[in-house]
Design a protein around this ligand. Structure first.
Ligand code: HEC
Ligand code: HEC
Length: 360
């Protein structure tokens, strides 16, 4: 009797797991075209430099509570964290546009343009450091930057941010729930912690992850050709790990001097001469959606971005065919965005005590 029940139960679990997996995995590989090339065998050893995307990137202190994440989502979309009360994190990192604004550089306070391209926030928590030059250690440290940056959200001080948040009773309550052990829960640091906690679940699993999990049918024959060209060209020397990037700093122009490079890159942070012109290697996940490209956003097309990489990073000229093959592979890295998780929240109403927008 007990035995039968256990068995029935095990069977049910298997069905639920299978259904769950089917529901979680992204769309199946499209049917191969009639003239499909034969799929090259995927060499497991060559895939060892990559890793499947984790479901989330918990902070060292452990996974955040649902209350912190809910607060973080609201703050991510909160324009009153800016001086003009018109700019939120989502303005430059639009979650409906794969976490970018598709501009070469973004306009912040009073339309001022920054000098670097806005990278995506999707999967960013898994980078070894944040920003093109790695000047913030993690997403929590990063989130403290833009709010006070004069060309971004331009708030005059941390105190002003706290005053805005404290002027709305709903925020005071939400910070209290999110940080129950803090005597003063509404702080600038806790704002950044909550936004970081929200970002730590902004992951976009793709068909690529199914291949890494052992499902050889996840990619079409054309995409496997593209993967082979990517590997044979040597892109994985820098674009590796779970993000195909985000694991090291490298010189832009490793093989051949890159023209018109004015940004000092990581040198800005370290002041070490050899760091001049080096940048954090960006992730290639969702790359077809996140143009324009490079730290200055000056490369408009993915085709040029890929060809220039081969030339300046590896000293190789790609044929039209090879470039197209690599792009077919890169599209496999486009993942699924969870619309429920990223949905814009309803924000609390300003009160008489809320500081007024300041466009000066
Ligand atoms: C005005 C546009 C703008 C706003 C507003 C803005 N950012 Fe950014 N963000 C950028 C730019 C530009 C960079 C790259 C700057 C650099 O590397 O020097 C960046 C970098 C980042 C990164 C690093 C990603 C990586 O690949 O290293 C994260 C994470 C991020 N922003 C999150 C946020 C959050 C959270 C907010 C709100 C608190 C925010 N941003 C507000 C433009 C913006
Ligand atoms: C020696 C290290 C290195 C190699 C090899 C390399 N890359 Fe890169 N890649 C980088 C760095 C560093 C950047 C950032 C450059 C910048 O923003 O100025 C980058 C940027 C990119 C970008 C633009 C990403 C974005 O978000 O703007 C793409 C696309 C890209 N690489 C693809 C490739 C492909 C395809 C190959 C192989 C043909 C390759 N890379 C080889 C280091 C490398």
């Amino acid at each position: 009797m007990t035995r039968t029940r256990t068995r029935t139960y095990a069977w049910l679990v298997a069905v639920i797991l299978a259904a769950g997996l089917a529901a979680c995995s992204s769309q199946p590989a499209p049917a191969p075209a009639a003239s499909a090339p034969p799929a090259p065998a995927v060499d497991k050893d060559q895939l060892a430099v990559f890793a499947p995307l984790p479901a989330s990137v918990p902070a060292e202190s452990g996974a955040a509570s649902a209350d912190i994440v809910t607060l973080g989502r609201m703050l991510y979309y909160e324009p009153r964290l800016s001086k003009s009360q018109t700019i939120s994190c989502n303005s430059c990192h639009d979650l409906a546009k794969y976490g970018v604004d598709n501009q070469p550089t973004s306009d912040g306070h009073k339309g001022q343009m920054g000098d670097r391209n806005s990278p995506t926030v999707f999967n960013a928590a898994a980078h070894f450091t944040q920003f093109w030059d790695g000047r913030a250690a993690d997403v929590e440290a990063q989130a403290k930057g833009p709010v006070l940056n004069p060309v971004e959200m331009a708030m005059p001080s941390e105190a002003r941010v706290v005053a805005v948040l404290k002027s709305m009773p709903e925020y005071v309550e939400l910070f209290g729930k999110a940080f129950p052990n803090d005597k003063q829960p509404v702080t600038y640091d806790n704002m950044a912690k909550a936004i970081g906690a929200f970002e730590r679940n902004l992951m976009t699993p793709a068909r690529w992850d199914r291949l890494l999990d052992g499902d050889a049918s996840a990619l079409t024959p054309e995409e496997k050709v593209g993967l082979k060209t990517f590997l044979d060209t040597g892109c994985q020397a820098c674009h590796n790990g779970a993000l195909l990037g985000g694991t090291s700093y490298q010189r832009l122009g490793a093989a051949k001097v890159y023209p018109d490079l004015t940004d000092p890159g990581r040198f800005k942070v370290t002041k070490v001469e050899s760091d001049k012109g080096t940048f954090k290697v960006p992730s290639l996940r969702n790359i077809e959606k996140t143009g324009p490209y490079y730290h200055d956003g000056k490369v408009a097309s993915l085709d040029k971005a890929v060809r220039d990489m081969a030339e300046y990073q590896l000293g190789k000229k790609l044929t039209d065919e090879q470039a197209a093959q690599i792009i077919a592979f890169l599209k496999v890295l486009t993942g699924k965005i969870d619309p429920e998780y990223t949905k814009a929240p309803v924000l609390p109403k300003s009160t008489a005590a809320t500081p007024k927008p300041d466009i000066s």
